[in-house]
Design a protein around this ligand. Sequence first.
Ligand code: NOJ
Length: 481
Amino acid sequence: MKNLTRRRFGKTLAGTAAAAFASSSLMRAAFAQLPAASLLFPPNFLWGCATAAYQIEGAVSEDGRKPSVWDTFSHTPGKTFHGETGDVADDSYHLYKEDVQLLKNLGVKVYRLSISWSRVFPDGTGQPNDKGLAYYQRVVDELLANGITPYITLFHWDLPQALPGGWQSRDTAKAFGDYAGYVSGKLSDRVSHFFTTNEFVCFTDIGYKEGRFAPGLKLPDAQVNQIRHHAVLAHGLAVQAIRANAKAGTQIGLAENATVYVPVVESREHIEAARRATREGNAPFLTAVLEGKYTDGYLQREGANAPKVEAGDMKIIGSPLDFVGLNVYTPEYVRADSSAAGYAVEKRQSSFPRMASSWLYIGPEVIYWAVRNVSDIWKPGALYITENGCSADDVVAADGRVEDTDRVMYLRNHLTHLHRAASEGYPIKGYFLWSLMDNYEWADGYSKRFGLHYVDFKTQKRTPKLSAEWYREVIARNAVE
Ligand code: NOJ
C-alpha cells in the first residue's frame, strides 16, 4: 500500500505538465528524506490557517470603527447563542502579535485574514478611516516580518450597518467595488493575493431568507434572488476595481463554499451526475461567477422570481479570476437518475456521523471531489482550499492539555483525500485550515470551537491543542503521516 501510493503519485504525474516536477531532483530529495508511508505534497505547497475579522478582532468601537450588521444582529436579543457577540472575541486587535507567533510556531507559510469594511469605511462609503487601514498595515507587516505571506479576504459577512438597505440595494455592490479598489490599492505593495467575498450563501440566503445570520430577515424568493445577484455583482465589480487599482500581477479570487457533490459510487454515470449537480446546485453563485451567466436550469426553476439583470452585469460577474478558493466541510452524495436534471441528491440518514456543529457531517472524500468537480468543469488555473476544519467538544485536562483526537482524525482524513487530488495533478496550490484559534462562531457564539489553539475567552490565554502539534508535523514534513 505504501509503495503503491508513491508509485501512483509518480505515475499519474508522468506525461502531464507536472512531469518535470515529478522527475526533479527536488522531488527525489524530498522523497528520500521521508519514511515510505508518507503522503507527500508537491514542493511549495502552501500550508496555512484562516480567520475572519469579526470572529477574532474585538475592539468593535476602537479607532473609528462603526457597527457592521453583525454587531447589530448579535446585540439583538435571541439571535445568537446566549446572546454572545463579537465585542471582544479573541481580542486579536490588540493581541495580533501573539497570534502571529502562534502561526509562526506552526510553521505555516500563508495566513488568510479578513478586513473589516467598517474599520476602513465606517459608513460603508465616503471618507476612509486611516486608523482602520493602519491596523491591517501593522498586521501585514508583522506577518511579513515573520516570514508569513498574508492572503486577504475583503468581505467576510461584516457589512457596514450604515449602508442603506444592505445587500437589498444594488448600490451596495458598487460600494463594495469602491472599497475593494481602495484597500487593494493601499495594500498591494505588500499583499499579492486577495479574495473578494466569502461564502455567498451565508450572507445572502442565510441572512435574508432563513434569518439565522445577520441581518436576520425572512424575505420572499424574488427578493432573495435579487440579493444573490447583488452579491455576485459586487464580487465582479471588486475584481475589476482590484485590477484597476492594485499592483500589476496581483492575484484575485474568491472563497466560496460551493456545495460539493460526491458520487455515491465512483463510476462514470455517477461522476457525471456529480458534475451536473455541481453546476446546477451552485448556479446562483460559483457557476455564475465562473461562467458569466445563470444556467437555464436556474432561470427556469426560479421563473418569475429570477433576478433582474441589467445589461453588462453578467460580464462583470464573470470577470476572469486568477484562482478559485473553496471552503470545504461537508459532502452531499449524489446519484445518476432518469429525471430531467439527470441526478438525485441522497437523503442523509440519522446515523450519519458529524462533528460538534449540527451541520458538520463528516465525509473526508468531500475535499477530493470539491477540487475534482470544479477543476473538471471550469478548469481554473489554480485552486486553494480556503477553509477546512471542524468543531469539536474540546476539554482542557487537569494537566492543561487539549487532546482533540477527533479533530486530528477529521483533518488527517481530509488531507489524505486532498493528497489524492494533488497526486492526480489537479492544480491545488494550498490549504488554509479553519481555524488558527477558537473564535466567535457567528450565531453559535463561543459554543463551537474550531481552533488549533484553545482560547480561554475570560483570560485570552491561547493553548495549542494536540491538533496544532499534529499540523505542525504535517507542515514540517510536507506530508500526511
Ligand atoms: C465558514 C465561515 O467562512 C467561517 O466564518 C466559519 O466560522 C466556518 N465556516 C465554520 O462554520
